[in-house]
Write a protein that binds this ligand. Structure first.
Ligand code: ADP
Length: 271
């Protein structure tokens, strides 16, 4: 990809992700302080909207953004902030929850494949097929002999999407355990946020290390040229929004969508 900022957060294909070594509060590379960075993010939002318009008009390629994070990692806030300027006519969010009985009676990619973008579309996965090697692994919902082969199955699935013109960008929003505690406390204290908190969140928090190990292996095994992972330091929302915006703009610039050639309009007169 052309030089920019995105490489800073990219997990190089074949490399091992070391989440413990990432400073989740960093503002490295940001164009300035909070206000300056927010201004830069607003400029990126306008760029993003223009690129999306061309992607839609071209109708040949598509963009799939996979968002994964620990609880309170900022998936919802990222969607609200970074994608709000896009044209909803060709942008969609697909959220993946505990699979229904029907979903469970198919292979794990069935429900996911159904939500992938058509040519010209941008789709955001709020959680994704990666849950099948994350929560499923941590809670031993299926035996290891079932979840372990899924890394290769995921790589094959994503290669198939890439071959069909879908660019895949996978974002792990990385917060610290302390930051999660603060965000949980905030949810408890603020009546407008309390609905987001469930007691089960604390049981999940107790498995923090297991989740980090599962994320590390998933990121290490499935960051590919066709579908790279990015580890976005996400303790500061304004830095996270800027970083995600940069990654998306740089990816779309690299895709270089173009308006289709106009028909031959010689002699056309509007009457
Ligand atoms: P979110 O936390 O994303 O805002 P919810 O609070 O509804 O949304 O949580 C969705 C839940 O669904 C999470 O606990 C997640 O682990 C679970 N989930 C998603 N996909 C799967 C899956 N394939 N198998 C089991 N649980 C899953």
């Amino acid at each position: 990809m052309a030089k920019g900022h995105a490489h800073r957060w990219r997990v190089a294909p074949g490399a091992k992700a070391h989440l413990g070594q990432v400073d989740t509060r960093t503002t490295a590379g940001a164009p300035g302080d909070k206000a300056e960075t927010e201004a830069a993010t607003a400029d990126l939002a306008a760029e993003l909207a223009g690129l999306q318009e061309r992607l839609y008009a071209e109708a040949r390629q598509s963009l799939l953004v996979v968002l994964q994070a620990i609880d309170a990692g900022g998936k919802d806030g990222t969607i609200r902030s970074v994608f709000r300027g896009l044209n909803p006519a060709s942008c969609r969010v697909a959220s993946f929850k505990v699979p229904s009985e029907e979903e469970r009676s198919h292979d794990f990619l069935w429900r996911v494949h159904a939500k992938t973008p058509a040519a010209g579309e941008v789709v955001v996965f709020n959680r994704s097929h990666y849950e099948d090697v994350l929560v499923v692994r941590v809670h031993e919902l299926v035996p290891e002999a079932v979840w372990r082969p899924r890394y290769d199955l995921i790589n094959g699935f994503e290669a198939n999407l890439a071959a069909a013109g879908t660019r895949i960008v996978k974002l792990f929003l990385h917060i610290s355990k302390d930051e999660q505690a603060e965000r949980f406390q905030d949810r408890l204290d603020d009546p407008a946020k309390r609905w987001k908190f469930r007691k089960g969140d604390l049981e999940e928090r107790a498995r923090w290390d297991d989740y980090m190990a599962a994320f590390e292996e998933a990121l290490s095994r499935t960051s590919t040229e066709a579908a790279p992972w990015y580890v976005v330091p996400a303790d500061r929302n304004w830095y996270r929004n800027w970083a995600v915006s940069r990654i998306l703009v740089e990816t779309l610039q690299d895709m270089d969508p173009n308006y289709p050639p106009a028909e031959d309009l010689a002699g056309v007169v509007i009457t």
